[in-house]
Design a protein around this ligand. Structure first.
Ligand code: ADP
Ligand code: MG
Length: 367
């Protein structure tokens, strides 16, 4: 789906009003009922529905009748994943980012900052995360990495192909654990050779199918090998995999010297895969991506928020064997806060929506 940007030049006040109403509705609806849009926009004589029809025609909105939303595939730390279908029945996966709605440890630590610059609401951050994920997925796919096919991206939503298989964390037995391990470590290395580090490379973000084919997912936190903490992120990704394979599939790595508790990863494992030598020859994909739609500024903003959470994340496999990513329960308080900011932001930028009804209808009559 390509957006015809020309139509943007001819949008009327009412069009913007309805788009804004949809955005406001999105603060507590994944898909906003048209009745709610009508109530928020409060255009006269069913005007909202006429405008909605136009916006749909110009592809400025999606209508859910063109897709069907099915079962929930997963709940991540910062997203919900649903099965969706095209009109022709092709089943795809839809990832709805909700950065800052539940990932509050990161947002919380930036709250003063948020208060100061309240334009960073969850929708804005989630949109950046989606945009970044889409750009990275596409680039990785183009360079032959086993990732889902990036189909489309709109606001905080990414549509991608459905991965047949399960997250590695749910798998207790493998036919060929050694070769799966090699493949996975090979991916981390190949990523670095391309100038990138996944930064959340663990058993939750690696999918595996019945033929033991590996697909990696979840890209919003990726960084360039030129990032100041690149070495640390790279080592951590590598260590997560070593640790998981040792614990779950009992692989023995000669280099490791630590005790039975498996708690301490010998850094020799990381240094065997020398980041310095890999990254020396690395890098073009990170620059390519920087040149794509995802700007340096976007990267900096998102890094501020995801940065906080990737510092703390990584595979904490002590006690995480149940297959659930630890979700904090701090959700509501902070979530409401950032939703509130989102609303203020929308209203602030569209003072119309705050004006009295009479004023609004007068204005409409003039048009
Ligand atoms: P988060 O960034 O919130 O961790 P992920 O992209 O890791 O989100 O997705 C969360 C879960 O959803 C995954 O662990 C996986 O089980 C499922 N999932 C994600 N993408 C797909 C996909 N393309 N096909 C099938 N399942 C998926
Ligand atoms: Mg994930």
């Amino acid at each position: 789906m390509k957006l015809d940007v020309d139509v943007l030049r001819y949008l009327s006040k009412d069009d913007f009003r309805v788009l804004t109403a949809v955005e406001m509705g999105m603060r507590n609806h994944e898909i906003v009922p048209s009745e709610l849009v009508h109530r928020i926009a409060s255009l006269k004589h069913g005007g909202t529905y006429k405008v909605l029809k136009n916006l749909l025609r110009y592809k400025l909105l999606h209508h859910d009748s063109s897709k069907s939303v099915g079962r929930q595939l997963g709940v991540g730390k910062e997203s919900d994943i649903f099965e969706v279908a095209r009109e022709d029945g092709t089943v795809l996966a839809m990832k709805l980012h909700r950065l800052g709605r539940t990932s509050f440890r990161a947002v919380k630590s930036k709250r003063d900052y948020l208060r100061h610059r309240n334009s960073y609401n969850w929708l804005y951050l989630s949109r950046l995360a989606a945009l970044k994920e889409f750009a990275f997925m596409k680039a990785l796919e183009d360079h032959g990495f086993p990732v889902p096919n990036a189909v489309d991206c709109n606001r905080h939503c990414v549509i991608m192909s459905l991965v047949q298989g399960y997250p590695l964390v749910q798998v207790n037995q493998l036919q060929n654990p050694d070769s799966v391990f090699e493949t996975i470590i090979g991916l981390v290395v190949r990523l670095a050779e391309h100038g990138l580090i996944h930064c959340d490379f663990n058993e939750f973000n690696i999918m595996i199918d019945d033929d033991e084919k590996v697909t990696m997912i979840d890209f919003p936190q990726m960084v360039s090998v030129s990032h100041q903490n690149a070495q640390m992120y790279f080592d951590r990704d590598v260590e997560c995999i070593f640790k998981f394979f040792r614990k779950r599939f009992h692989l023995n790595f000669q280099e490791t010297t630590d005790g039975d508790d498996g708690s301490d990863i010998d850094t020799d494992e990381g240094s065997r895969l020398s980041f310095a030598s890999i990254s020396k020859t690395a890098g073009f994909l990170d620059k390519e991506l920087a040149a794509s739609g995802f700007t340096r500024k976007d990267q900096d903003v998102i890094q501020k928020f995801i940065g906080g959470s990737i510092e703390e994340s990584g595979s904490d496999d002590e006690g995480s064997d149940d297959g659930n990513e630890s979700e904090t329960n701090e959700t509501n308080v902070d979530g409401l806060d950032s939703l509130h900011l989102a609303e203020q932001d929308v209203i602030h930028k569209n003072p119309d929506l705050n004006s009295k009804k009479e004023g609004v209808s007068e204005e409409n009559q003039q048009n």
